[in-house]
Ligand binder design. Structure first.
Ligand code: PBE
Length: 268
């Protein structure tokens, strides 16, 4: 017997993010897979609104269940845990991959090579995310990180030549993790002489714009599970440059003060 009925206390609601996110789709799938989540709904909004709701609940020690992911600054600010997912609805470890449009290699070999060489770790991305969550602009947070990690950045630009104002457009979704990575790689390209535009889009549109060649690339492809649908649809129309980060993860996340460890132990 459980002390608290979290279903009742949360109005049977999982606090989601943007409707197009893979983690929202997975959470919706979870409400169908798990009897314990029967009758629950996933409320969509934005990554920012989710973070605000989480912060407010946390400050009041109230129950909240969010669609979460790693890397994310929330784990540095709050004591949180992933709910166990015995059915594997949220998949295993994910990679964040870089996808570029066909023909980029021929058109912009230096940008292509930098995007291909871009590779960092969760701790790096979290450093940038944390600074942004503390109020620094993404551009400034990216610049600071680049200054402090010039050795790693040198590896990314190794073997390339500077250009003179060549235009390049990267697309992303305003998830905290992708705000961080996209701003960092954009700043690296700017330092190499590129005229970089970064455009925030809905997830499906992000994939579609790289596939159609409207955009040059993105560093925001979560695979093999989170963006499996988009990848399946567009894999023949994009060029996969491999992982830029390993050990990412998605799932349902709750504050540690909640007395529940598994999705199975919630109540319908
Ligand atoms: N996320 C962050 C995205 C991928 C990056 C986990 C919110 C998603 O669910 O699609």
């Amino acid at each position: 017997e459980q002390a608290a009925n979290y279903g009742e206390e949360t109005d049977y609601t999982i606090t989601g993010i943007e409707p197009g996110a893979g983690v929202v789709q997975a959470a919706e799938d979870a409400t169908e897979t798990y009897d314990s989540l029967s009758g629950w709904k996933v409320e969509t909004s934005s990554s920012g609104a989710m973070a605000t709701a989480l912060g407010e609940a946390y400050d009041n020690e109230e129950p909240i269940i969010v669609t979460g992911w790693t890397p994310h600054w929330k784990f540095a600010k709050y004591d949180l845990k992933y709910l166990e997912d015995p059915e594997g609805v949220f998949g295993e470890a994910e990679e964040i991959k870089t996808m570029v449009r066909k023909g980029l290699k021929e058109d912009m070999p230096n940008a292509y090579q930098i995007l291909d060489q871009f590779n960092w770790e969760s701790a790096d991305m979290e450093e940038v995310m944390l600074e942004v969550s503390n109020g620094t602009s993404p551009e400034d947070a990216a610049k600071t990180w680049i200054e402090e990690n010039s050795d790693m950045v040198d590896e990314w630009t190794k073997g390339t030549e500077e250009v003179d104002g060549q235009e390049i457009e990267l697309v992303y979704v305003e998830w905290d993790s992708e705000v961080a990575s996209t701003n960092v790689i954009a700043e690296v390209l700017r330092n190499q002489g590129f005229d970089v535009t970064i455009t925030p889009l809905d997830n499906a549109v992000m994939w579609q714009s790289v596939a159609s060649g409207d955009a040059d690339g993105m560093v925001a492809a979560w695979l093999p599970a989170t963006h499996a649908d988009a990848y399946g649809e567009y894999k023949d129309q994009v060029e996969d440059l491999g992982a830029n980060l390993e050990g990412a993860k998605i799932g349902l996340v709750v504050p540690k003060y909640m007395d529940v460890d598994s999705i199975e132990d919630l109540q319908p």
